[in-house]
Design a protein around this ligand. Structure first.
Ligand SMILES: Cc1cc2nc3c(=O)[nH]c(=O)nc-3n(C[C@H](O)[C@H](O)[C@H](O)COP(=O)(O)O)c2cc1C
Length: 298
């Protein structure tokens, strides 16, 4: 991935177990090819009131609200994690303005992560920050340029599926200097109503949808992005099995992010997905992932 060798193509997605160095190291020890930290902002954020996450039967709906300890504390945790993880650590950042994206990129670089993932796509903070940065190609490019200007670490820009034309956003961030793209963040927002109380279950009422239900949306987004840009793409969204990972890579992804499936299958999911991929490759005569990467695009 951008010249960084991963021992396997599975990556822990941001927001799952990635809140401390110990957790990132634990996921690495359990087989992930790389690990991504929970998105972090310049200042600490409390996030939304509970309940913030619900398993609604076909995946999650969440409105965690990007709770995090702020970049000062995050740098300390990431320094510990990069020293111990033994796999590339990806630091996820977000901000409320283009200028602050630049500022946090500079600060987080002190921890020397292998990549910075630029989360321009969280659907849970719209009311506070206005529209997500990922919904406009010009704004997405401005954020990318601001981050690139403030770090020498390769950056992965994380896109949202909740846009009319994801190809134009992907092209804009590539042109602005993104080294890679990850997609997708959660879809929606959606809502789940408790019919007994006749109220939305999440305190925030609406939340981003993830897990198996969004996989076809994620595959389509990755397919579209890979047909529009040259930079590598990390495919995220509903990947729960080795076959899902193969599908994502056939859409053009270089690696796959795994989030909700950590909950469904446990921390062993990374090793299991790799072994399921290996079985598929053996039975189909593929010796390396590049044998089938992007095959569906041909
Ligand atoms: C509880 C929860 C918290 C999340 N937190 C973050 C986050 O902090 N930053 C981010 O970029 N994505 C976050 N995500 C999105 C995931 O990284 C991922 O893009 C999405 O869940 C789709 O992948 P999945 O279907 O494998 O879960 C979060 C998702 C969930 C369910």
């Amino acid at each position: 991935l951008c010249g960084v060798k991963l021992r396997n193509p599975t990556i822990l997605a941001s927001g799952f177990l990635g809140t401390t160095a110990d957790l990132l190291v634990r996921v690495a020890e359990n087989g992930a090819g790389a690990v991504t930290s929970k998105s972090c902002s310049l200042e600490p954020r409390k996030g939304h009131a509970n309940p913030v996450v619900l398993d609604w039967g076909h995946g999650f709906i969440n409105a965690v609200g990007l709770s995090n300890p702020g970049v000062e504390e995050e740098v300390k945790e990431l320094k510990k994690a990069t020293g111990k993880a033994g796999v590339p650590v990806i630091a996820s950042i977000f901000a409320d303005s283009v200028k602050n994206f630049g500022a946090i990129a500079e600060k987080i670089s002190e921890a020397k992560p292998a990549f910075i993932e630029v989360n321009i796509s969280c659907p849970n903070v719209e009311s506070e920050f206005g529209r997500p940065f990922s919904s406009d190609p010009a704004v997405a490019a401005e954020v990318t340029e601001a981050v690139k200007a403030n770090t020498r670490i390769p950056i992965i820009v994380k896109l949202s599926p909740n846009v009319a034309d994801i190809k134009s956003i992907a092209k804009a961030v590539e042109q602005a200097g993104a080294d890679a793209i990850s997609a997708i963040n959660t879809a929606g927002p959606g809502m789940v109503i408790d019919v007994e109380s006749a109220k939305p279950i999440l305190a925030n009422k609406v939340g981003g949808v993830s897990g198996p239900a969004i996989k076809p949306i994620a595959v389509k987004c990755v397919y579209d992005i890979c047909s529009a840009v040259e930079v590598p793409v990390v495919g995220i969204g509903g990947v729960s099995t080795g076959i899902d990972a193969v599908e994502m890579m056939m859409a053009g992804a270089t690696a796959v992010g795994i989030g909700s499936a950590v909950y469904y299958r446990g921390i062993g999911v990374f090793k299991e997905i790799c072994s399921e991929m290996s079985s598929f490759m053996q039975s189909h005569g593929y010796s390396k992932t590049s044998d089938f990467r992007g095959k569906a695009l041909e």
